[in-house]
Structure formats: structure tokens, C-alpha cells
Design a protein around this ligand. Structure first.
Ligand code: ATP
Ligand code: MG
Length: 419
């Protein structure tokens, strides 16, 4: 395919829409005699009239060359080595032109028996670099000095048609890297584009192969998919696809709770409120957690069953997705607080209200109530009590149903006599 070059008069991208730090990286590399261009999501998003999330630079300078030019550079990634150039607030990713695996000699390929690429560090030229990228719309380059767009793979046509198409054979590209299926879904959700039929045809096989992807990489993709402001759409695409079973084997497809949590997450992002992967993990695994409590309850007392169920649920999910400890801890705390919110014990109320995870546990309860997984009246009670001063709080505690309070006293007395 011959390269298409669009000059400034033929496309809508202007230099002033490019991040100043990314411009600095490109200029510095060029002044040192290297080739350097913007590439990937930023060019795609600029052409679509959207604001890019980040700006990536491609160059023929090696990561080591880049490090020599920029004081604050870190080389990261084993499978795929790139330079991170640090500026005050952000990081510009600089990747060296690479060949695609099909362009490599046998001896340079680093793949496993399934054809999955393990390392991808053989450098190449600009046009070779275009062909190793995933989708045609992600392989567009912008030279900010010449103000020129370069297209080696037909990405401009696919942008017009709003379609995600792999460069080359979909099956092969998914075999090299099954995570590309998650990327396809991510861009589908984010951009509202459709998937080329050949991607849909290869989706089942690629989903199965996700099992071979390192769990830490799947955690990264999980956050990009569901914590970037288009979770509602992403979940609606994932829930009925084989990807759900591969990523969340224990999460039901029919899942109003998950749907509402995704809507809620998108809203929070839109309003600039904080979000954490721990919350969505707690939601997606809630049904599994409850089922396990039920199973364990026959051998344990309820409290021990809860603790054990939380452990088991998280451990089993961790076999697929490496959930960092702070997030599994978060889910754990939110789950265990649910029963304390349900069985309101007079003496505990004030402690619960000042628990560092109270807010998250309360939000979780609200969503449960909305999904008919908890009593809406209970949720309203916790909504009301938060706005009261300590006298008001005491008033609400005093009007709690008597049996809840009596049970507490009985239990306390019993524990005293046995100790
Ligand atoms: P976003 O808007 O989410 O940043 P992006 O397209 O920039 O989207 P990145 O993950 O930042 O996505 O990757 C930058 C570019 O690197 C992509 O546009 C694509 O060209 C290339 N790329 C990233 N991951 C892969 C992959 N797994 N296989 C092939 N090319 C990839
Ligand atoms: Mg990017």
C-alpha cells in the first residue's frame, strides 16, 4: 500500500492542539538528527476532533539514545522496551520504530508455542513501525513540524468508516497478542466504532488465549476498560461476550448491579470525583462472595464464613487478574461492612460512621438497593443518619427495632461469661 501524505491544508489537525511536552520531545529528537513523529491514539483522537488522553512519540532513536538526550528518562518494559521522558506533570512515551513479527527473520522471533509474542524489540524503519501496530486507525503519524499526516495502512479510510480493523490477518494478530481483543473492545466502547467481521470471527479463540496472558497485564487492561469514562458501554459489550467468562469467570452476565456500578463509575469520572478499581472488583465479585458464604456457612459460624468467603473469592479471581493488594483489601472491607450496615447494632453505629471505608460501603449499599440486592429502606436509613449531629444520630439509634439492640446485649453478656 503506498503511503498517503496529507499536508496541513488536507487535514484538521493543528500544531497548537499538541501537548507542549510532546512537541518538545519531537523537536529535541529532530535537532539531534533523529526522525520523530506523534503516533497512535493521539493522532487518531485529534483527527476525530477529540482531546487525546496522552501523546506518544515514535522515533528511530533507540531507548538508550533517548535517555542520553533527556535528563529525566526511564527505560521501562521487558516485552516491549520504551523510554518514558518525564516532565513536571506528565510522561511522554517514546517508542523506537519496530518491525512487526511477520517482518522478522525466524531467529529474531520470540514467541511461545501458541504464537504469542514474548518480546518485541527488533528495531525497524518508520514504515515497518506502522505495520507492527494493532489497528489501522492506531497507526497514523503526525509530523508536527511539517504539519503532515502519514498513513501507511489505510487508517484514514477506516477512521471515515468508523471501523476497527487489524493491520494484517485478525487471527494472526490476536494470536500474537490476545490482549488486542480487549483493546478492540476498549476502542469500540470509547469511540463507538464497529469491529471488522474478522475480529468477531476470531473472538472466541482469542478469549480463550487470554488465560495465557500475565495476570498483571490483564489488571492494567481491566482498569483501562472500566475506569476511563466509558465503562457502561464497555460492560454492555463484555457481558455477553466470551471475554466476560475469561476475565471474570464467576461474574453473571445478567447483572443489574454491575450495570449500575458502571453507570455510577462513568458519572463519577465525569464529575471529577475519585474512583478506585477496588469498588468495581467488589461489585463484580459480589455474587460469588455471597454464594461462597452460603456454602461455607454449614461448617463455620456466619462471621468466619464471611471472612473465609472473602479470601476465597479474591484468591480465585487473582488467578486471572492480578489485583494489587490495596484494591483486594478495599473490596474485602466493603464486603465485610455490608453486614454491619445490615445488622445495625446501636453501639457500633458511630464507629461505622467514622470507618475509613464507610463512604464506599454506603455507596455500595445504595447500588445494591437499587439492584434489588438490599432493602431500600435500610439504604435510606443510612442516608438520613449521615446528615445529623450526634444528638440526631443517637435519636435514630434509639428508634432502632428493639430486637436488634437486645441481641447485641445478649451476645455481650454471653461473651463475658465465657471469657
Ligand atoms: P489511548 O487513547 O487509550 O491512549 P492508544 O491507541 O494511544 O489509546 P496506547 O495503549 O497508548 O493506545 O498505545 C499507543 C499505540 O501503541 C497504539 O495506538 C498502537 O499503535 C500501539 N500499540 C499499543 N498496544 C499495542 C499492541 N498490543 N499491539 C500492537 N500495537 C499496540
Ligand atoms: Mg496512548
Amino acid at each position: 500500500m503506498p503511503v498517503t501524505r496529507l499536508d496541513a491544508s488536507q487535514h484538521s489537525v493543528t500544531r497548537d492542539r499538541v501537548d507542549a511536552n510532546a512537541l518538545d520531545v519531537v523537536t529535541t529528537l529532530k535537532e539531534a538528527g533523529y526522525e520523530a513523529l506523534l503516533v497512535g491514539g493521539c493522532v487518531r483522537d485529534l483527527l476525530l476532533g477529540a482531546t487525546p488522553k496522552d501523546f506518544d512519540v515514535a522515533t528511530n532513536a533507540t531507548p538508550e539514545d533517548v535517555r542520553k538526550l533527556f535528563r529525566r528518562t526511564r527505560l521501562v518494559g521487558r516485552r516491549f522496551r520504551i523510554a518514558h521522558v518525564r516532565y513536571e506533570r506528565d510522561i511522554i512515551e517514546v517508542s523506537t520504530f519496530r518491525k512487526s513479527s511477520s517482518q522478522l527473520e525466524e531467529g529474531d522471533r520470540h514467541a511461545n508455542a501458541d504464537g504469542m509474542i514474548l518480546r518485541d524489540n527488533v528495531y525497524g524503519t518508520l514504515d515497518e513501525d506502522a505495520f507492527r501496530r494493532d489497528f489501522t486507525i492506531n497507526a497514523l503519524y503526525y509530523d508536527p513540524q511539517e504539519e503532515e499526516i502519514l498513513d501507511f495502512v489505510g487508517g484514514l479510510d477506516d477512521l471515515d468508516e468508523r471501523v476497527l480493523r487489524f493491520i494484517g490477518d485478525s487471527r494472526e494478530r490476536l494470536q500474537e497478542d490476545p490482549v488486542r481483543l480487549l483493546r478492540a473492545i476498549r476502542f469500540q466502547a470509547k469511540l463507538g466504532f464497529s469491529l471488522d467481521q474478522s475480529i468477531l470471527d476470531a473472538a472466541n479463540l482469542a478469549s480463550e488465549r487470554l488465560a495465557a496472558v500475565p495476570p498483571a497485564r490483564l489488571f492494567d487492561e481491566f482498569t483501562k476498560l472500566f475506569l476511563s469514562g466509558f465503562a457502561t458501554e464497555a460492560w454492555s459489550l463484555v457481558k455477553d461476550s466470551p471475554v466476560r467468562g475469561s476475565l471474570f469467570p464467576a461474574t453473571p452476565a445478567q447483572n443489574r448491579f454491575a450495570e449500575l456500578a458502571m453507570i455510577n463509575t462513568d458519572q463519577r469520572i465525569d464529575e471529577g470525583r475519585p474512583i478506585t478499581p477496588g469498588f468495581l472488583i467488589a461489585v463484580l465479585l459480589w455474587h460469588d462472595f455471597e454464594a461462597r458464604i452460603h456454602d461455607l456457612e454449614t461448617h463455620h459460624n456466619l462471621n468466619d464464613a464471611r471472612l473465609a468467603a472473602a479470601q476465597e473469592t479474591l484468591l480465585s479471581q487473582r488467578e486471572v487478574i492480578a489485583i494489587p493488594r490495596r484494591y483486594s483489601q478495599f473490596a474485602n472491607e466493603v464486603w465485610l461492612l455490608q453486614s454491619r450496615l445490615e445488622h445495625r447494632r446501636g453501639r457500633q453505629i458511630k464507629r461505622i460512621l467514622s470507618h475509613p471505608r464507610f463512604r464506599a460501603a454506603y455507596d455500595f449499599l445504595l447500588l445494591r438497593a437499587e439492584s434489588e440486592l438490599a432493602d431500600p429502606e435500610l439504604a435510606r436509613w443510612w442516608t438520613r443518619i449521615q446528615d445529623l449531629d450526634s444528638e440526631g444520630v443517637q435519636g435514630m439509634i434509639d428508634t432502632l427495632p428493639r430486637d436488634a439492640r437486645r441481641k447485641r446485649r445478649r451476645r455481650r453478656r454471653r461473651s463475658k461469661s465465657t471469657s
